[in-house]
Design a protein around this ligand. Structure first.
Ligand code: NAD
Length: 493
C-alpha cells in the first residue's frame, strides 16, 4: 500500500512500514508506509502550492469532481464493502450500509455547489458596506478513526475540498486500506496535483508533527477524547481552527410507556452495531422500574440469539484489534470483582478454525450498574452494556446527563410531553426519540462537554470549513470626516 503526495503514489522516504491485520483471523493482510517528517513537509508544500488555483476554481467546478468521485464509488461499491469486511471485520449488512452513507454524504455536500452564501451588511451609512465573505482556511489536516473508516473519511474530504481547501488526510493505522481506496477514487475523478495528499503512519509519531505544522489552517479530527486533547494542546502552536468529534457514552432511556418491540430493535442496533464500536453506541441502559423485568428478559433473549463469528454470515463480527478484545475481558473481570451480575455473555466465544484467532467477544449485559462506576462513566467501545432501573423523570434526566461525554442519547416513550421536555433537558448533541441512529448528512453531528467542539453535516457543518472574512468599503465619494482626529491639519494640502 502507498501514500499519495504531490500527485504521486509513494512509499515512506525511509521505506519504514507497519502491518495491517485482519481482525477476524489475526493474519497480516498488508503493510503500509510509516511517513517521516520529511514526507509530511512534502505534502504540506504541495498542498500550499495547490491552494490558490484550487480555491480560484470555484465551488461548482470542484463539485463536479466530487460528483464524479461518487459515481466511481457507486460503480465499484462491492469492492469497498469487501474491504470494510476484511479490514474492520464489518458484517456484510453493515458494510453495505456504510457505503450507502458514503455515497449519501458526498452527494449531500456536492449539492452545495451553488448554495454557499456570504452576507452584505450596511456600514455606518448606506454607502458603506461590509462584505462578509466565506473563504477556505487553506490547508486542512483530516485525521480519521477506524470504526467507520469510509464514512469518516468522506465526511471530512467532501466538505473540506468543496469549500476550496487543500487537504492532508491521515487515516487510522487500523484502517489505511479503506482510506486509500476512497482517496484513489477522488484522484481518479480528477483531483489536481497537490490538492489531496494522503499520508499514513503512527498517529502518536507523525500526528503531533502534522498538527503542529505552521502551514496548517484547520484540523478536523474524529477519534478519542484523549487524542483530541493532545491535538488541542498541539494546535496552540499555530492556532489552527479545530473540529473535534470525540468520544460518547450514550444513555438509552426506556420509559414505562415505550413500545417494547420498537425499543428492542433500536437497542440491538444502538448497542451491537459495529460490535459496539461506535461513538453513538448505547452504553448506559436506563429502564423504568414498572417495565424493567419484562424489558430486560426480552433484551437478554434477543441478545442470546445473535450469532458471533465470520463477519460474512454472522450478526456480530470481531473487535478491531487484540487490545480492544483484551479491554472487553478486563471490563467484565472488573464488573465481576464489583459484584455485578452478568445476565448474558462475558467471554471470548469459542470459535473453531481460522476465526479462533480473531478478536471476537460475546454480546454482554451487566445488571444494576452504579452511576459512578467506570462502567457508566468511561467509554466501553465494545459489545457490553450496563443497565439500571429508574423510577422518576428527574432521576432519569440527572443520571442521563451525568457524563463527561455528550454526543448521542436515546429516549423511548409514547408521551408527547415527555418528548418535548426531554428535548430541552437532555444535554446531548443528539437525542433520538423512538428511533435508532445514525446521524443524517443533513443533521449537525456534534456533542457537548468532552465530546469536543464543532460538528459535521448540514449547512452548519459545511460552514465549519469556511472562515468568515470581512471587507469594508466606502463608495460615497464624500469628503471623509473622522471625528477622533484633527481634520483641520489636512486643509490646504
Ligand atoms: P484515536 O484517538 O486512537 O485515533 C484517532 C485518530 O487520531 C487516528 O487516525 C490516530 O492515528 C490519530 N492520532 C493518534 N494520536 C495522534 C496525535 N498525537 N496527533 C494527531 N493524530 C493522532 O481513536 P480511534 O481509536 O481511532 O477511534 C475511536 C474513538 O473515536 C472513540 O473514542 C469514538 O467515540 C471516537 N469517535 C467519535 C466520533 C464522533 O463523531 N464523535 C465518530 C467515530 C469515532
Amino acid at each position: 500500500m502507498k501514500m499519495y503526495i504531490n500527485g504521486v503514489w509513494k512509499d515512506s522516504s525511509n521505506k519504514d512500514t507497519l502491518n495491517k491485520y485482519n481482525p477476524s483471523t489475526g493474519e497480516i493482510i498488508d503493510t503500509f508506509p510509516a511517513a517521516t517528517k520529511g514526507d509530511v513537509d512534502e505534502a504540506m508544500d504541495a498542498a500550499e502550492l495547490a491552494f490558490q488555483p484550487w480555491s480560484d476554481l470555484g465551488t461548482a467546478e470542484r463539485a463536479k469532481i466530487l460528483f464524479k468521485a461518487n459515481e466511481l464509488i457507486m460503480q465499484n461499491r462491492k469492492e469497498l464493502e469487501a474491504l470494510l469486511t476484511l479490514e474492520v471485520g464489518k458484517i456484510s449488512r453493515e458494510a453495505s450500509d456504510e457505503v450507502d452513507g458514503v455515497i449519501d454524504q458526498i452527494q449531500y455536500y456536492a449539492e452545495f455547489e451553488r448554495k454557499l452564501t456570504g452576507d452584505i451588511v450596511e456600514g455606518s451609512n448606506s454607502k458603506r458596506k461590509i462584505f462578509q465573505y466565506k473563504v477556505p482556511y487553506g490547508i486542512v489536516v483530516a485525521i480519521t478513526p477506524w470504526n467507520f473508516p469510509a464514512a469518516m473519511v468522506v465526511r471530512k474530504l467532501a466538505p473540506a475540498l468543496l469549500t476550496g481547501n487543500t487537504v492532508i488526510m491521515k487515516p487510522s493505522s487500523d484502517t489505511p486500506l479503506t482510506a486509500q481506496w476512497i482517496v484513489n477514487k477522488f484522484i481518479e475523478a480528477g483531483m489536481p496535483k497537490g490538492v489531496l495528499n494522503f499520508v499514513t503512519g503512527r498517529g502518536s509519531e507523525i500526528g503531533d508533527y502534522i498538527v503542529n505544522h505552521k502551514k496548517v489552517g484547520l484540523v478536523t479530527m474524529t477519534g478519542s477524547t484523549s487524542t483530541g486533547q493532545r491535538i488541542m494542546q498541539n494546535a496552540s502552536s499555530n492556532m489552527a481552527k479545530l473540529i473535534l468529534e470525540l468520544g460518547g457514552k450514550a444513555p438509552f432511556m426506556v420509559w414505562k410507556d415505550a413500545d417494547i418491540i420498537r425499543t428492542l430493535k433500536s437497542l440491538v442496533w444502538a448497542k451491537y452495531l459495529n460490535v459496539g464500536q461506535s461513538c453513538i453506541a448505547a452504553e448506559r441502559l436506563y429502564i423504568h422500574e414498572d417495565i424493567y423485568d419484562k424489558f430486560i428478559s426480552k433484551f437478554v433473549a434477543v441478545t442470546k440469539k445473535l450469532t458471533v463469528g465470520n463477519p460474512e454470515n454472522s450478526d456480530v463480527g470481531p473487535l478491531i484489534n487484540k487490545g480492544a478484545q483484551a479491554s472487553m475481558v478486563k471490563t467484565v473481570e472488573n464488573a465481576r470483582d464489583s459484584g455485578y451480575k452478568i445476565l448474558t455473555g462475558g467471554n471470548k466465544p469459542d470459535l473453531k478454525g481460522k476465526y479462533g484467532n480473531g478478536y471476537f467477544f460475546e454480546p454482554t449485559i451487566i445488571e444494576d450498574v452504579k452511576q459512578d462506576s467506570t462502567l457508566f462513566q468511561d467509554e466501553i467501545f465494545g459489545p457490553i452494556i450496563g443497565t439500571e432501573k429508574v423510577s422518576d423523570i428527574e432521576e432519569l434526566y440527572k443520571k442521563a446527563n451525568d457524563s463527561k461525554y455528550g454526543l448521542a442519547s436515546y429516549l423511548f416513550t409514547e408521551d408527547p410531553e415527555l418528548m418535548l421536555d426531554a428535548s430541552e433537558r437532555i444535554r446531548f448533541g443528539e437525542l433520538y426519540i423512538n428511533m435508532p441512529g445514525p446521524e443524517a448528512s443533513q443533521g449537525y453531528h456534534t456533542g457537548f462537554r468532552m465530546t469536543g467542539q464543532g460538528g459535521e453535516g448540514s449547512k452548519y457543518g459545511i460552514n465549519e470549513y469556511l472562515k468568515l472574512k470581512n471587507v469594508y468599503v466606502d463608495y460615497s465619494k464624500k469628503p471623509l470626516y473622522i471625528n477622533t482626529i484633527n481634520n483641520n491639519i489636512f486643509d490646504n494640502l
